[in-house]
Design a protein around this ligand. Structure first.
Ligand SMILES: Nc1ncnc2c1ncn2[C@@H]1O[C@H](COP(=O)(O)OP(=O)(O)O)[C@@H](O)[C@H]1O
Ligand SMILES: O=C(O)C1=C[C@@H](OP(=O)(O)O)[C@@H](O)[C@H](O)C1
Ligand SMILES: [Mg+2]
Length: 192
């Protein structure tokens, strides 16, 4: 691909705020967030990865200390990234339940929030074959559906951008997201 074609497909876009990936479990927040950061040439942080690096596996945290303790670690991990005086230009992927914390919700107001939506069919194989999500240990399909439905209004309310990730590859979604982020930024700063 020559430089002109690449430029046409990937609009020049430099984020002015942190970009935060939210949505139900297994929709691709971690993998798409990481690839988006790479494409934009900016830092990537995943709160679950930070918690695991510092405190060990998530199922173990849930069983040893309880979900409430995990939520405290999660809220703290979000705040460490977003509460900085000058939040860095970063893509931040959070766990599916992180947005239920009111402090986190306030911090998200100063970011560009991307809500990743997917059908149950898209995530079905992923949640059946993977372990590591303690909330899905029993009856993963039913539990995923119930949590996605219950949290859906919160994701929708917080979102600046909503993207359906059901039928596209990760590279396709990254390209689509960069266009959507550039468009959102033009809406916020029409003079640019
Ligand atoms: N668009 C996609 N196409 C194919 N596989 C995907 C896609 N998005 C995510 N995945 C895969 O689904 C699984 C869950 O993705 P992950 O990023 O961990 O989700 P989340 O962080 O939202 O829980 C991973 O194995 C990932 O590679
Ligand atoms: O939805 C949730 O409550 C959770 C989602 C998980 O992250 P992913 O959404 O990245 O799977 C992880 O934080 C933990 O297992 C709890
Ligand atoms: Mg994740």
């Amino acid at each position: 691909m020559d430089a002109a074609t690449e430029c046409a497909e990937k609009p020049h876009y430099r984020p002015g705020r942190p970009i935060v990936m939210i949505g139900p479990m297994a929709v691709g927040k971690s993998v798409i967030g990481s690839e988006l950061a790479r494409a934009l040439g900016i830092e990537f942080v995943d709160t679950d990865q930070r918690i695991v690096a510092k405190h060990g596996a998530i199922p173990r945290i849930f069983s040893a200390r309880g979900e409430h303790h995990f939520r405290q670690l999660e809220a703290r991990a979000v705040a460490q990234v977003l509460d900085a005086e000058q939040p860095k230009t970063v893509v931040l992927s959070v766990g599916g339940g992180a947005v239920l914390d009111s402090g986190t919700q306030q911090l998200l107001a100063k970011t560009t929030v991307v809500f990743l939506r997917a059908t149950l069919e898209t995530v079905r194989e992923r949640i059946l074959r993977t372990s590591g999500r303690p909330l899905l240990a029993a009856d993963p399909v039913e539990t995923w559906s119930r949590l996605a439905a219950a949290r859906g209004p919160v994701y929708a309310r917080l979102a600046d951008i909503t993207i359906d990730v059901s039928n596209s590859s990760v590279p396709e979604l990254v390209t689509q997201l960069i266009s959507m982020l550039a468009e959102e930024s033009r809406k916020e700063n029409p003079e640019q």
